[in-house]
Design a protein around this ligand. Structure first.
Ligand SMILES: [Zn+2]
Length: 395
């Protein structure tokens, strides 16, 4: 991340990029003024195939903003949605389908990309890809980000991969089968009810997410896969708590509450009714705005590498984190990266304190640990006691 101190005249682009929505906030606040399609049932359309339009979700501004920021900047480090059932968490994640950006997709089983060579040299890719690269053949194609959902009953072998039993049976050969994490490379991985998943599975997912790759060892064979994905988890705290180390790994944390405004609730009900009876009509009535929003996200992703965070904005922010008693370094990474995404979405290249303010709650909440505060206090007491005792030696 670039952090530079400079005056606005030096770094602001001459012209702002034309945006269908002036700001990301405007996009998130968007409510279609158009009349909704008729509630006539349409035959043969599966609602899963046509997700509820993202822009038709009533309220839940912070959740929508967090999900969009995650699409713009995967370095934010994942999004956790915490709330009771029936608050549109899963609907919102699935509705991202029409907004997912384009990425470079590896043509290789192991997920090698040309940028791996640019960063880590020719040894950073598999032998097949280094040969292809030397011959000037493409290692990747342009493709849309996919939404991968992890089933709650997944076993560790499904997640990280295991021995391909079919290959063993038919060809007598052993090879490691790609797991869900390898399939999630450069995609969005959604885990509903993440707090109910077995600890070893959650740990392997979080390790892969943090490193961007993982290695599977089964007897004499091992394989390393790329796993650079945007992780979205959702949970209902009534059904079991989430371990603190898992909480720490999510960059953004959104508390999702039910709508308390009566007219918003009624509007949400009406839209769900229309969608259930005619999903295609619903998708069509939002198609223009959805396309504009998708373009907005794509152009923000292009803009993102140019976005800088000036020292004079960053330093007070770190001071504030310290004041809050938050220890994890992940808090400023998430905060600053979310602010950069927010700035990019607004067509600017310099983060302001307003940008930091806009994304602060979702990056800083649920970070303080009462346990650590008490632990450090006790530790300080022990240090003092030791010093007093040590001072007495030899007297
Ligand atoms: Zn490869």
């Amino acid at each position: 991340m670039a952090t530079v101190d400079s005056t606005p005249e030096e770094t602001e682009p001459k012209e702002r990029i034309a945006h269908p929505f002036r700001t990301l906030q405007e996009l998130v606040n968007f409510v279609s003024g158009k009349s909704l399609p008729s509630a006539e049932p349409e035959e043969g359309v599966r609602s899963e195939a046509l997700p509820f339009p993202f822009l038709a979700i009533v309220g839940q501004q912070e959740m929508k903003l967090a999900l969009l920021l995650g699409l713009i900047n995967p370095s934010i480090g994942g999004i956790l949605l915490v709330g009771p059932r029936g608050t549109a968490k899963t609907t919102a994640v699935r509705s991202l389908l029409d907004l997912l950006p384009q990425v470079e997709r590896s043509l290789c089983f192991y997920g090698c990309l040309p940028e791996d060579i640019e960063i880590g040299g020719i040894d950073a890719v598999c032998p097949d890809c280094s040969k292809k690269y030397a011959e000037g053949k493409p290692l990747s194609v342009q493709d849309r980000v996919h939404l991968i959902e992890l089933p709650l009953n997944s076993q560790l072998d499904d997640v990280v991969g295991g021995i391909d039993e079919r290959l063993v049976a038919t060809h007598g050969r052993q090879r490691v089968r790609r797991g869900i994490l390898a399939q999630a490379d450069r995609n969005l991985l959604y885990i509903d009810e993440i707090n109910l998943l077995a600890d070893n599975i959650v740990d392997s997912i979080l390790d892969a997410a943090a490193q961007g790759s993982y290695t599977v060892r089964r007897g004499p064979i091992s394989a390393t896969y790329h796993a650079r994905f945007v992780l979205v988890g959702s949970m209902n705290p009534e059904e079991g708590r989430l371990r603190p180390q898992i909480l720490d790994r999510f960059g953004l944390r959104v508390i999702v509450r039910g709508l308390d405004n009566l007219s918003e609730r009624l509007e949400a009900y009406r839209r769900v009714q229309v969608y259930l009876s005619n999903p295609r009509g619903m998708a069509n009535s939002y198609s223009e705005e959805t396309l504009a929003a998708a373009e907005e996200i794509q152009s923000a992703r292009v803009q993102l590498p140019k976005v800088i965070l000036p020292d004079k904005i960053a330093k007070p922010a770190i001071k504030l984190i310290h004041k809050l008693g938050i220890d994890s370094l992940r808090s400023e990474i998430a905060w600053f990266e979310a602010a950069r995404a927010y700035t990019a979405a607004d067509g600017r290249i310099k983060v302001t304190s307003e940008d930091l303010r806009a994304v602060a709650p979702m990056t800083l909440r649920l970070r303080r640990s009462a346990f650590m505060a008490e632990y450090f206090n006790n530790q300080e007491g022990e240090e003092l006691e030791l010093n007093v005792l040590l001072g007495g030696i030899g007297k």
